[in-house]
Design a protein around this ligand. Structure first.
Ligand SMILES: NC(=O)c1ccc[n+]([C@@H]2O[C@H](COP(=O)([O-])OP(=O)(O)OC[C@H]3O[C@@H](n4cnc5c(N)ncnc54)[C@H](O)[C@@H]3O)[C@@H](O)[C@H]2O)c1
Length: 321
């Protein structure tokens, strides 16, 4: 009994010593490394001639990312459940950037379809060394009262699908000891957005998944990077745009252009950044909020929304007819 108590006191003391003496040194070193990496060093790696798979790239942010990668000389696979739209996007990108851009129909929630996708695109445009997990569902038909099926599908598309795509595409990257996996999370993966449990929790889970992946890649000594992206509200999605406007979010910070976010994502990839928030200060805000006790964090997160007093109404107004 006494032994267990001493053990516990020792653990608490060690935590105190680490917090007071080791953490500040660690903080300064990692901050200096971040400044050197993000601001002093120029673009680090070239991706010209590589094959990039972008899920959900028929339109929206995915299309912008595929176009930005093509502008750097990548051949791109436009993968989407909406094949008709993907075809037009692929043609547009191929014409504009003179790279190979093929359209592929895939439902990323289905493992077998992802396996077939890899076989097909490897045959047609070569083995992929870049995977951008962008496909996502943002809003339910009735955000305040989603159906069981809608919740299940959102979690599958936004989170589960990353297991399938990563598993399938990592295999060749590991063999080539070269690659980059990018996951599009959201600021809703960092902070809380009330009445969005499936979206927030799936985007939060993506962050954890990517952190584990990065640790494994480092432990295995592989030359494969993993970047998680946390964008704020974009102009790209009509219903999200309406919600952001109605709730007053767009007054707090202007809605982002898809092209700007795509540029920042590719820049982050080239600089091998682990996490990219757009705008960048959201990450600092998140880190500062994280230092507070849990109840204070809750308060900070929901109070501004309560004060706006339009939150529920904004979600109710975008209910699909
Ligand atoms: N729009 C925003 O404000 C915003 C903010 C932060 C993060 N994000 C994230 O960015 C990503 C893209 O968002 P967007 O605004 O461009 O959305 P979007 O709806 O315009 O695009 C999503 C694409 O994914 C495709 N898709 C959906 N389910 C699929 C499936 N099962 N298999 C394959 N493709 C599928 C859709 O057909 C669509 O083309 C999402 O992951 C989203 O969560 C968006």
């Amino acid at each position: 009994m006494i032994g267990r108590t001493v053990h516990k006191i020792f653990a608490w003391c060690m935590t105190g010593v680490v917090s007071v003496f080791v953490y500040p040194v660690f903080f300064l070193i990692s901050f200096a490394l971040m400044v050197i990496n993000n601001w002093l060093l120029k673009e680090k790696k070239s991706i010209e001639g590589e094959v990039a798979v972008v899920t959900g790239s028929a339109g929206g942010l995915g299309k912008n990312i595929a176009a930005e990668l093509a502008s750097k000389g990548c051949n791109v696979a436009i993968c989407d459940i909406n094949y008709k739209l993907a075809e037009g996007t692929a043609k547009e990108i191929a014409d504009k950037y003179s790279v190979k851009a093929n359209a592929y129909k895939v439902d990323v929630t289905k493992y077998e379809e992802v396996v077939d996708l890899k076989e097909k695109l490897t045959r047609e445009i070569g083995p992929a060394t870049i995977l951008v997990n962008n496909a996502g569902l943002l809003i339910h038909s009735d955000q305040l009262n989603p159906t069981v099926e809608e919740i299940e599908l959102m979690v599958k598309v936004n989170y589960m699908s990353h297991f399938w795509t990563n598993r399938v595409f990592l295999e060749d990257m590991k063999k080539a000891n070269k690659g980059h996996i990018v996951a599009i999370s959201s600021v809703a993966g960092l902070v809380t957005l009330p009445y969005s449990e499936p979206y927030c929790s799936s985007k939060n889970a993506v962050r954890a998944l990517m952190r584990v992946l990065r640790a494994e890649l480092k432990l295995e000594g592989l030359n494969i990077d993993a970047t998680t992206v946390f964008p704020s509200f974009l102009q790209t999605h009509a219903r999200v745009k309406q919600f952001a406007t109605d709730s007053g979010f767009s007054d707090l910070y202007p809605l982002l252009e898809g092209e700007d976010v795509a540029k920042r994502i590719v820049q982050g990839m080239l600089q091998r950044e682990a996490e990219v928030a757009v705008p960048g200060f959201f990450m600092l805000t998140y880190r500062l909020i994280s230092l507070l006790p849990a109840r204070a964090q809750d308060w900070v997160t929901y109070m501004p929304m309560m004060r706006l007093n339009t939150f529920q109404r904004a979600f109710a107004s975008i209910k699909e007819q």
